[in-house]
Design a binder for this molecule. Structure first.
Ligand code: FES
Length: 311
């Protein structure tokens, strides 16, 4: 099920290096909905539907604020970078898939580069709610988007590192020293997130204590081959490495509604009857992922050799 679309108007644009910060306000004066920290909106660009984390205040926002890193090879970001004040864009959401765990005793936020965007609203909410938290922030030396605000919000709870060695050393110290009530939240480049997960695993962290948000529009790893059994049609379909489940179903003549092909819109949701999905989307909530009874066919794969789907 997709969320209703609305037209929002670009109210302001400012830039930090290759990042454009856009405030999108209502063009009809109607108030915008509040959102859960860590939420994103979906923006329709000429090439695709892309997800962008909301960086501004989450309660009664006067505008939805996003920060977009310019990438030459991503049509969505280049298109957003050429917008001017007054342009309107088609937006759906906000969508929450990276919510805070309010029962956590301590929140450990781990940020890489532009991965700061979904963490900002988490940190703001943690400050407002007087929650225990700390931030480990890795970015290249020099000015980086939102770091002034992050420093203001965090004070001494912020550790900044500018190289991989320092990041791994700090992470090793902090991950080894966390009580069971700590939840880690992770957003950054794929290789950084994989390194953090591997380190946490070595230090005995259960996977459910780590929440993460992946970037959209980034090429996903090809994954390994798997098979699907289709319960209604009693057919079997093989999904090769580097081919999405959605593509494999389409090739077999099985139509699945879809829209973004990036795991952000929710249109290609398919019920899972058996097997463990490997979720790679930004749409399902943590509890939906944990229940394992649905996946997004455009990006998700299988942790086992076979899945049974409600198709
Ligand atoms: S087509 Fe949008 S989530 Fe799969």
């Amino acid at each position: 099920m997709s969320t209703p679309e609305q037209r929002l108007c670009v109210a302001t644009i400012r830039r930090t290096g290759t990042v454009a910060h856009l405030r999108l306000g209502p063009s009809d004066g109607r108030p915008l909905g509040s959102f859960t920290p860590g939420s994103h909106i979906l923006i329709q660009t000429p090439a695709s539907v892309n997800a962008y984390s909301l960086t501004g205040p989450h309660v009664d926002p006067g505008a939805y604020e996003i920060s977009v890193q310019r990438h030459r090879d991503r049509g969505g970001s280049a298109w957003l970078h050429q917008l001017s004040v007054g342009h309107t864009v088609s937006v759906s959401g906000p969508v929450s898939g990276f919510a805070p765990v309010l029962s956590a005793a301590h929140h450990l936020f781990i940020v890489g580069g532009i991965g700061v965007t979904p963490i900002l609203s988490h940190v703001r909410a943690a400050v407002t709610g007087s929650r225990s938290f700390e931030v480990i922030d890795a970015h290249r030396p020099g000015p980086a988007a939102h770091r002034d605000e992050l420093t203001r919000l965090c004070g001494s709870r912020l550790t900044t590192v500018t190289d991989r060695g320092a990041l791994l050393q700090r992470l090793t110290e902090r991950l080894a020293d966390q009580p069971l009530g700590t939840i880690a939240y992770l957003c950054g480049p794929a290789e950084m997130m994989a390194a953090v997960r591997a380190l946490a695993d070595r230090l005995g962290w259960p996977a459910e204590r780590i929440r993460s948000e992946a970037f959209t529009g980034v090429a996903l790893a090809p994954g390994r081959p798997f098979r699907v059994r289709l319960a209604r049609s009693r057919r079997r379909v093989a999904v090769a490495a580097g081919v999405s489940l959605l593509e494999a179903l389409e090739t077999a003549g099985i139509a699945v509604p879809h829209r973004c092909r990036q795991g952000v819109c929710g249109e290609c949701r398919v019920g899972v009857l058996a097997g463990r999905p490997e979720h790679r989307d930004l749409y399902l909530t943590e509890s939906e992922r944990a229940s394992g009874d649905a996946l997004m066919a455009c990006v998700s794969r299988c942790l086992d050799d076979e899945l049974e789907l409600a198709l």
